[in-house]
Design a protein around this ligand. Structure first.
Ligand SMILES: [Zn+2]
Length: 240
């Protein structure tokens, strides 16, 4: 009997525990990249950047939007116009965009995310599967809590820095051209904070297509994971 208990004990010790993890890129040998856009607001009202949306729609480019409830509610009419495009995905970026959700009480934390699930579903008709923390801030507990709600945390491979007014559209395109590797998740802003994002978008799409990249949503990218794919080294950042 003791042997049996010992074996069970050992089994429990070495049993792999599902790891809480933040997805920042997906290992794949396919030349795919996911464009993601944050729609959020802090103190001031923010509006959907029509320049970005028009370009994505006209060119049928897959994109994933991480929306806060506040932003989604304010832009409800415009979001409902684009919600049925099959190449768009709408995901959860919290209700109120609190910069440090790890400081919230457990009750407030769950309520904020659950309310936004409902909000996004109500506006777009789709249930989010992915979550992005405001400001990318989290700790072990908040990460596990989000996963316990059935959401997977998806951040980004490298920050484009698109809120920076000093980064021109040419610089953005150059940066994307040299830094992107297969399976990367790129982040931009669709709330008017992307100073030159709309202007840069056609340029960066062109440079990536020239390299042979195609665009996918985050959900599509997640399904392309290939753990045997080799990690390609990144080139050096462009000198501006
Ligand atoms: Zn945000």
């Amino acid at each position: 009997m003791w042997r049996f208990k010992l074996i069970i004990g050992l089994f429990l010790v070495i049993l792999p525990v599902a790891q809480a993890q933040v997805v920042t890129r997906v290992l794949t040998s396919k030349k795919v990249v996911a464009l993601t856009f944050d729609g959020c607001e802090n103190r001031h009202a923010s509006y959907l950047d029509c320049g970005i949306i028009d370009y994505l729609v006209q060119n049928k480019i897959p994109a994933t939007f991480f929306l806060t409830g506040k932003f989604a509610y304010r832009n409800m009419t415009d979001l409902r116009k684009i919600k049925n495009y099959p190449f768009f995905e709408f995901e959860n970026h919290s209700l109120n965009h609190i910069q440090h959700m790890e400081k919230l009480s457990t009750y407030k934390f769950y309520k904020d995310i659950a309310k936004n699930q409902k909000m996004i579903r109500w506006i777009t008709g789709k249930t989010p599967k992915y979550f992005r923390f405001p400001g990318g801030n989290y700790d072990d507990n908040t990460l596990k809590a989000v996963e316990s709600m059935g959401l997977q945390v998806v951040h980004w491979t490298y920050a484009s820095g698109d809120p920076d007014k000093n980064i021109s559209s040419e610089m953005l395109a150059k940066e994307v051209d040299s830094l992107t590797t297969p399976g990367d998740i790129l982040i931009f802003h669709v709330n008017g904070r992307g100073a030159h994002t709309a202007e840069a978008l056609p340029k960066l799409v062109e440079v990536l297509r020239k390299q042979g990249y195609t665009f996918v949503t985050v959900d599509q990218l997640m399904k392309m994971e290939d753990k045997t794919a080799a990690i390609l080294p990144k080139q050096n950042a462009p000198k501006n």
